[in-house]
Design a protein around this ligand. Structure first.
Ligand code: ATR
Length: 290
């Protein structure tokens, strides 16, 4: 490969989202391509909802090798794809697409990425009691993959109806009856009393709301593993309180880097340099915080 960043043979990957300006994926993927000497480049594409069908046709026509899909297209892109990986089909959301000669196949590496953030740190999931806070799109991916791995779930959400819908989906797919509650302190206390792992899938605590936490600090214990899918800030108020209680923590950066690593492997067939990808994201986030 030449020293030029882009040549006549460079394969292109990217991201479709709106907004797209603050994404860390280009830095993460381009660092990974460069470190492995792969002739690939990753670029952001700002795509408004009404332009999604044309954008997907364009990506196909241009022979873009693959792309990530983010807000607001993760669900709406599905009818325009040519096929879905079974996991993405069950979750009903796609965050990664592979283009094989015009055949666009959708995957969900958010779910697998979240699972990896636990398993790669030897945190067991099967037969563990796991409390999921939130019931949006991210909760759906997290709940599905944890139920698939044999975890026992409890769900709490500000709007209990959304938790009920998600609990019903898990029961339909896995035969597991999932208790669900409104996100209130008494219900949290009861659910956490038996829990091994707590996962925040809500946006509570995300920058600039850094001091907010979805769970009161007094409910956290040393024998709990606390995961936050919020990655900015890296150390959310929830994770800081968990650390102070002596609990193990998993930050949203782990899931972000793992979903990227898994997408990278789908596009290139090469093993992803995970530590580099995670380090690139951490460096960018630290620069933001300064
Ligand atoms: P995502 O795809 O990132 O999961 P989403 O589908 O909009 O985003 O879901 C956001 C989740 O965060 C929901 O569970 C939402 O609760 P509601 O269903 O009640 O809206 C939760 N959420 C957002 N802001 C919240 C807040 N201030 N307090 C509690 N939950 C909040």
């Amino acid at each position: 490969m030449s020293n030029e960043v882009v040549t006549g043979t460079t394969r292109v990957c990217g991201l479709i989202a709106s907004p797209v300006a603050h994404t860390m994926s280009p830095a993460m993927h381009n660092a990974a391509f460069r470190s492995l000497g792969l002739d690939y480049i990753y670029v952001p594409f700002l795509v408004a909802p009404e332009d999604l069908p044309n954008a997907l046709d364009g990506l196909r026509a241009l022979g873009i090798r693959g792309f990530n899909v983010s807000i607001p297209h993760k669900v709406t892109c599905i009818p325009f794809l040519d096929g879905l990986d079974p996991l993405a089909e069950h979750i009903g959301a796609v965050n990664t697409v592979v283009n094989n000669d015009g055949d666009l196949r959708g995957y969900n590496t958010d779910a697998e990425g979240f699972l990896r953030s636990l398993t790669e740190r030897d945190i067991p999931v099967a037969r563990q009691n796991i409390v999921i806070v939130g019931a949006g799109g991210a909760a759906r991916a997290v709940a599905y993959i944890l139920a698939r791995e044999g975890a026992y779930l409890t769900m709490l959400n500000r709007t209990p109806e959304a938790a009920e819908t998600l609990a019903d989906m898990i029961e339909d797919d896995f035969g597991q009856r999932v208790p669900f509650f409104a996100l209130e302190e008494a219900a949290l206390e009861e659910a956490l009393a038996e829990a091994h792992i707590l996962v925040n899938t809500t946006s509570v605590g995300m920058s600039p709301d850094n001091d907010a936490s979805p769970v009161p600090a007094r409910l956290l214990r040393a024998d709990l593993t606390v995961c936050d899918i919020v990655y900015n800030p890296v150390r959310t108020a929830l994770l800081a309180a968990a650390e102070a209680a002596g609990a193990a923590t998993v930050s949203g950066v782990e899931m972000l880097a793992w979903q990227g690593a898994l997408a990278f492997e789908l596009w290139t067939g090469a093993g992803a340099p995970f530590d580099l990808m995670r380090g690139t994201v951490l460096e960018l986030l630290q620069t933001h915080e300064e």
